[in-house]
Write a protein that binds this ligand. Structure first.
Ligand SMILES: [Zn+2]
Length: 300
């Protein structure tokens, strides 16, 4: 506060009273401050302004801690998804929730460094997190998923928001890699710590990529399960990729990473804009909750 007043005093001395209203000093004092997109960096008053500026739309980037082949860090999904979400929020202002990695990863419990919370805790923590975000004004919560194993958690979580009334809507965005375009890919199997994911890490945290180790384990599909594709079982991933590695990270390039990461950021920007513009979901969700209290009175 003292510095701010002192600065204004110096301006006053420098430009004089007559020209003060047109001086750069005055303009600087009047323009609205640049707000951080990081929830944890905002003051309480700036948080209120951030929620207003984001029209009540908040991002929850969702990562995990799990092995990523022999060459990428445990937090790859968290680091990548936060890179994409934070850059998107800079382009289309939204408040971004801090590091969140409490997701579904039972299939990597045999590997060092995996943190696999129980199923009840995953659901309870996510519900309380979104409830608390909403209590603080986030009426549209866009979960940006960075981890494939959360595909087993997030649709169930979003769907069960209908079980009782909430004054907010949960959306989730679940794409990380473009299906086509950009530099040609060299590998066919590319699901986990492979060419695409390693390339993206070369953009978000190149200092953590140990590409020289990428070929020291096999990420090949071992095809050990002999049941039809339309019959599901949780062990499928381990039967195919027992080293929690799917693909070949040594094929990664900076060029592919740049293409995929900028596609990801653009896609999140579009999703934020669409969520902000959505004036239907909350309205119909409320209508649905009301009707669900007296189903026998609703029309056939
Ligand atoms: Zn990953």
């Amino acid at each position: 506060m003292m510095n701010h007043i002192y600065h204004k005093f110096l301006c006053f001395l420098a430009v004089g009273v007559a020209s003060l209203s047109t001086s750069p000093c005055f303009a600087q004092a009047q323009t609205s401050p640049k707000l951080s997109v990081h929830w944890e960096e905002l003051t309480a008053a700036d948080f209120r302004e951030g929620i207003h500026r984001s029209q009540g739309t908040c991002l929850l980037p969702f990562g995990i801690l799990e092995k990523h082949g022999p060459h990428l860090p445990l937090g790859t999904d968290l680091l990548d998804v936060r890179y994409a979400a934070l850059h998107a929020a800079e382009q289309e202002y939204t408040v971004v929730f801090p590091e969140y990695y409490f997701g579904q990863i039972a299939e990597a419990r045999h590997e060092p460094g995996t943190i696999a919370y129980s199923r009840n805790l995953q659901l309870a923590l996510l519900q309380e997190t979104t409830d608390e975000m909403a209590r603080n004004g986030c009426k549209k919560i866009l979960i940006v998923n960075g981890h494939g194993g959360n595909d087993s958690l997030l649709p169930f979580f979003a769907q069960t928001q209908l079980d009782k009334p909430h004054d907010y809507v949960v959306y989730f965005f679940d794409e990380r890699t473009p299906r086509e375009g950009g530099p040609a890919r060299k590998t066919k199997i590319d699901m986990h710590a492979g060419e695409s994911e390693t390339s993206k890490m070369m953009i978000s945290r190149p200092d953590l990529v140990h590409q020289d180790r990428a070929a020291s384990e096999s990420g090949a599909d071992q095809h050990r399960q002999k049941i039809p594709e339309n019959v599901y079982t949780g062990i499928w991933w381990y039967t195919r990729f027992p080293f929690h590695y799917s693909g070949d990270g040594s094929a990664a390039t900076h060029e592919l990473g740049e293409y995929q990461m900028s596609w990801w950021i653009d896609s999140v920007v579009k999703a934020i804009r669409e969520v902000k513009a959505d004036d239907v979901s909350l309205k119909l969700q409320n209508e649905f909750y009301e009707k669900s209290t007296h189903p026998l009175d609703t029309q056939p």
